[in-house]
Design a protein around this ligand. Structure first.
Ligand code: HEM
Length: 275
């Protein structure tokens, strides 16, 4: 908040935020470079990837969800590709790196399901989701335990309102914490431990849960929810279709996390063995 109010001042003060600004600049210039390369031989009639599609929309002047609802521009483009970056799964040596999804669940059961439904000759697709209930349950349970935005986004009431027995005056800052609902003891059978059964019924079919709100709810619910759900499914299934993951010899994997505005796993090493 201070930075938003006094960027010219805060930028010159010492402190950890300087490293954050430097790292952000590095990421921006990396993505900008990729965008520049794409512009050289961009052909709207045959998009190669996400950046190409984004460039096409930019040429059309399409409005998209961008910071401050601005017209689509380069800045909003670099923000999106860097947020779903395969590098998240690689360390500095290009080796696989464990992220939230690789938790204590039965990888063999996921792989058996994928082998039966998808096989090895084609890539998994979003339409396989209904036929892979265990896999989808693992992903949803990972999101529940991963709890990546525990405090949600801060909002402010625009008028006087009441919530249960509380009166909330206009202009109050409100945090609808997602951590509490994702670990609610009255809603989940084993709220504090990883359990894909939360998302399966007695017949092993998918089960919707009212308290599963990692994307929040209501008017300001995450507009990227559908895209994120698809990405999670496609990345996760494609990785497990092709690789088995295990701890490097002598290393013990843990669920230790770093808590900031996001809840994120501590870096660790993981072996990816082609299947
Ligand atoms: C697993 C991935 C994601 C999670 C868990 C997530 C979660 C959230 C949450 C909790 C909010 C706050 C909602 C509220 O204030 O009530 C939010 C807002 C938002 N998300 Fe996501 N999100 C994800 C991926 C994405 C993606 C892929 C995009 C875009 C491509 C996106 C775009 C946005 C935007 C633009 C907002 C602000 C909406 C507003 O202020 O009205 N999110 N997200």
């Amino acid at each position: 908040m201070l930075y938003n109010m006094f960027p010219w001042l805060v930028r010159h003060l010492p402190g950890p935020h300087r490293r954050m600004l430097a790292v952000t600049r590095e990421i921006v210039s990396f993505v900008e470079e990729r965008i520049k390369e794409h512009r050289v031989d961009h052909d709207p009639s045959s998009p190669r990837d996400y950046i190409d599609c984004f460039l096409t929309e930019m040429l059309k002047g399409t409005m998209v969800l961008a910071p401050l609802n601005s017209v689509l521009h380069d800045e909003s483009m670099w923000e999106t590709p860097h947020s779903f970056n395969p590098q998240h799964f690689l360390d500095q040596n290009g080796l696989s790196r464990k992220r939230e999804a690789f938790l204590p669940f039965s990888a063999e059961q996921v792989q058996a399901e994928l082998d039966t439904v998808v096989g090895s000759s084609r890539q998994p697709s979003w339409s396989d989701r209904d036929s892979t209930p265990y896999t989808y349950a693992v992903i949803q349970e990972t999101q529940r335990m991963g709890n990546i935005i525990p405090l949600n986004v801060f909002r402010m009431t625009t008028r006087d309102t009441t919530l249960g027995k509380y009166t909330i005056p206009k202009g109050t800052m409100v945090m609808a914490t997602l951590h509490s609902v994702l670990h609610d003891e009255s809603m989940w059978e084993t709220p504090h431990s990883f359990n894909p059964q939360h998302f399966l019924d007695q017949n092993g079919l998918s089960r919707k849960r009212e308290a599963f709100l990692p994307f929040s709810a209501g008017k300001r619910v995450c507009p990227g929810e559908q895209l994120a759900r698809m990405e999670l499914y496609l990345f996760f299934t494609s990785l497990l279709q092709r690789f088995s993951f295990s701890a490097p010899p002598g290393e013990k994997l843990s669920l230790d996390f770093i808590l900031g505005t996001t809840h994120c796993p501590k870096p660790y090493r993981l072996c990816a063995t082609p299947r």
